[in-house]
Design a protein around this ligand. Sequence first.
Ligand SMILES: [Zn+2]
Length: 120
Amino acid sequence: MKEYFCACCRHPRKLKYQRHLRSAHFFQILILSSLVSLMLYPWFGLKSFSSVILVWAVFEGVYKSLYRKDLVCPYCGFDPKWYKKDVKFARQKVEEFLKQNPNSPILKRAKKMEEYQHLQ
Ligand SMILES: [Zn+2]
């Protein structure tokens, strides 16, 4: 589990998922694909063992999508992947997130900062 601070709002974050599959996932892929192969063997013969590729692709796709979903900050909506690709679009996404979530801690902090500046 990776721990870090959000680059936008500085809230502590924890990632549940890693970028790549772990050894336990490959074991699951092996078991699942062997089951699928055994089920398909009467119809496809030895070609059924190529189901490993399909199962691996499904695992990789699902795991990557979970990782990408986990990367987005729940407090400010900042997505570091989009920030790497297109900064303006990443900024737009954060603004949309803050419009949809007016009770976000980042907005509360900004309001407190405004009040503090008015006091001085
Ligand atoms: Zn954030």
